[in-house]
Design a protein around this ligand. Structure first.
Ligand SMILES: Nc1ncnc2c1ncn2[C@@H]1O[C@H](COP(=O)(O)OP(=O)(O)OP(=O)(O)O)[C@@H](O)[C@H]1O
Ligand SMILES: [Mg+2]
Length: 325
């Protein structure tokens, strides 16, 4: 890979995938998705189970034929020039089945990079540096069957990176890993992202992984993009509207009912004599309405703080039909 390519590394336009089913309604897995990645960009794909993340990745790799739409990788159309397009992409699909468990990590790396046309004499040093970086160098001559789930998963990621493509798809790379290994993998991915040499599409259910590694996040719901923004912007949108109020007293059922009308996602918690309200408002002006309700109830307002939202909260709001998109 020499220098960064011109133009988007990935361009997905009007992607639709409908899976027909016998005697049942067809599954509309992807319904008009547009997505573009610039060189070196790291994008997180978030969405509930069945949102279409894996289908989009498989369509981009030419493993699933789209019902409609166009996908290009580094300017090569995946449908019409698959061979050229796929030269610029590598992937780890769900469950890391793209490696051979009877072979060692070194053999896997050499085998799959070889299939991709890479000469081991030229790239061996780079592969060794990857094995080292992923903490696999000591076990790189053992068949993968002897290695733990986390190590196998790391080998799969190494095999994808070893091809040195401009675009890498990682579908749930931390699934099934323990906290420590997930953390370690996340750290390495963050470093690789920071180098800026390659664009990465990373799908994960783990918000921490996305928040840690990706600058931009695309949220999918029922096959459609419902948000496409930087992680920072998504969080900022909710930061301004997430509040915590502590009252010196309880809140009557009547006032709690009125509160629900203003802040539908609120929660009320008793802390000794105090009551803590947490809520996210549809608009900043709603705060005055909440304060009015509290004042009418006669409770003394001890503190108001703006809560620091995390990506999980932002995600749930967007998915529930919030107003972030
Ligand atoms: N080969 C297939 N045949 C029929 N339906 C399919 C097929 N592959 C996926 N689907 C359906 O398409 C929808 C999208 O699935 P997809 O695997 O893309 O979701 P996902 O966002 O990756 O979900 P998860 O988070 O569970 O991995 C689902 O309803 C799924 O059942
Ligand atoms: Mg999936």
């Amino acid at each position: 890979m020499t220098g960064l390519p011109e133009g988007p590394v990935l361009s997905v336009k009007g992607l639709v995938k409908i899976f027909p089913r016998r005697k049942k309604a067809a599954v509309r897995a992807v319904q008009g998705v547009n997505l573009e990645l610039q060189p070196g960009e790291i994008v997180g794909l978030l969405g509930p189970n069945g949102a279409g993340k894996t289908t989009i990745i498989k369509c981009a790799l030419g493993l699933v034929r789209p019902t409609a739409g166009d996908i290009s990788i580094c300017g090569h159309n995946v449908g019409t020039h698959h061979g050229q397009a796929i030269q610029h992409a590598s992937a780890v699909l769900e469950g890391a089945r793209n490696i051979y468990w009877r072979m060692t990590a070194r053999e896997n790396v050499r085998f799959f990079s070889g299939l991709h046309g890479l000469d081991h004499r030229v790239h061996r040093d780079y592969w060794e540096s990857l094995l080292e970086r992923f903490g696999l160098a000591d076990r790189a001559n053992e068949p993968l069957v002897n290695l733990s789930t986390g190590m196998k998963q790391k080998v799969a990621v190494v095999c994808a990176l070893a091809k040195r493509t401009e675009l890498v798809f990682l579908d749930e790379p931390t699934l099934g890993l323990d906290v420590e290994t997930s953390h370690e993998l996340r750290g390495i991915l963050r470093e690789i992202a920071a180098e800026g040499h390659r664009a990465i599409v990373l799908s994960s259910h783990d918000m921490d992984v996305i928040q840690d590694v990706c600058r931009r996040v695309v949220i999918l719901k029922e096959g459609q993009v419902v948000a496409d923004d930087t992680v920072e912007n998504l969080l900022a949108l909710f930061r301004t509207r997430a509040y915590r109020i502590v009252l010196s007293d309880g809140l009557s059922a009547e006032l709690a009912g009125r509160l629900a009308a203003v802040a539908p996602n609120h929660s009320i918690e008793r802390l000794g004599n105090q009551t803590q309200l947490t809520f996210t408002l549809p608009s900043a002006a709603g705060l005055y309405a909440v304060i009015d309700i509290v004042r009418q109830g006669g409770a003394v307002l001890e503190t108001i703080t703006q809560k620091e939202p995390d990506l999980e909260e932002a995600f749930l709001r967007v998915i529930k039909g919030g107003d972030a998109a």
